[in-house]
Write a protein that binds this ligand. Structure first.
Ligand code: CP
Ligand code: NVA
Length: 300
């Protein structure tokens, strides 16, 4: 059975911690190797991307491999070829698949039908590569997570779900502030709590931010939800992370955002461009963490 990375909960706790340490080591030495020499990794992207696409393409090359970027517009995926056929065909040519798509069931299907590793590069449910990279960004500043409070302010979306899963493996307290109607999936929250995650949910962003060491947000309308933008702007009024919200946090708190960001919506210009913002370290860390994830899936 190939090793897949479809969700942070595909990792054992020890693997999750080892990946953070390994990505940190790789970053220190600007790691290169020939692990993927002679191998091609298909990158199937059904949604737009800047960071994920480029960091995977560069990372695959750093490990000696060749990335092959595919979109529905230029492949038979856009003409409804079933995923069960695509998975079996790509498995005859390629060493792995990196997939950005809509429902999690699509990455599950590719993993079920294919015979090569599948890495989730974002679905509607999860963004595990981003959040594992964010664990590296936190680890670089605060290697002991046990006394950390992380605030999530905004939508209960794919990023929130992956932070909820991360809280199973990493011992930070996760305080989510979400407007009514936009909660994270209660089954994901309950499963994480059952596995030991420390999670609270409030409607008041100020309560979540009080004393937090990291304040984290994301766009109010994710890819695929563009037509809900106006309704969401109304629902998320009062949820912009601004200087007043940052002032409630711990004195040296950092601001996190996976990007792309909408300045003046979920975050003020002053916060995203301010001294507490670590958004470009987060973006850089995608490269290092994904190299560690690729090494993990291909070393099995
Ligand atoms: N954060 C992130 O996944 O960015 P892209 O959509 O640009 O890949
Ligand atoms: N929640 C966002 C994350 C983008 C990286 C989306 O899915 O569009």
């Amino acid at each position: 059975m190939p090793r897949n990375f479809l969700s942070i909960l595909d990792l054992e706790k020890t693997d999750a911690h080892a990946l953070v340490r390994r990505a940190h080591e790789m970053k220190q030495v600007d790691y290169r190797c020939d692990l993927l020499s002679g191998k091609t990794v298909a990158m199937i992207f059904e949604k737009a991307s800047t960071r994920t696409r480029v960091s995977f393409e560069v990372g695959i090359r750093h490990l000696g491999g060749t990335p092959l970027f595919m979109t529905p517009a230029e492949s038979q995926l856009g003409r409804s070829e079933p995923l069960c056929d695509t998975a079996r065909v790509l498995s005859r040519y390629c060493a792995g698949m990196v997939v950005r798509t809509f429902g999690q069931e699509k990455v599950d299907a590719l993993a079920t039908w294919g015979s090569i590793p599948v890495v989730n590069a974002l679905t509607d449910e999860y963004h595990p590569c981003q959040v594992m990279s964010d664990m590296l960004t936190m680890y670089e500043r605060t290697p002991d997570f046990s006394s950390l409070k992380v605030a999530w302010v905004g939508d209960g979306n794919n990023m929130a779900h992956s932070f909820i899963n991360a809280a199973v493996h990493f011992p930070f307290e996760l305080a989510l502030a979400v407007p009514e109607g936009y909660d994270p999936d209660p089954a994901i929250v309950e499963r994480a709590k059952g596995l030991g995650a420390r999670i609270t949910l409030t409607r008041d962003p100020r309560e979540a931010c009080a004393g937090a060491h990291y304040i984290n947000t994301d766009v109010w309308a994710s890819m695929g939800q563009e037509e809900e933008q106006k309704a969401r702007e109304k629902a998320f009024a009062g949820f912009m992370v601004d200087d007043a919200m940052m002032a409630l946090a711990a004195p040296d708190a950092k601001f996190l955002h996976c990007l792309p960001a909408h300045r003046g919506e979920e975050v003020s210009e002053s916060v995203i461009e301010g001294p507490q913002s670590v958004i470009f370290d987060q973006a850089e860390n995608r490269l290092h963490m994904q190299k560690a994830i690729l090494e993990w899936v291909f070393s099995d």
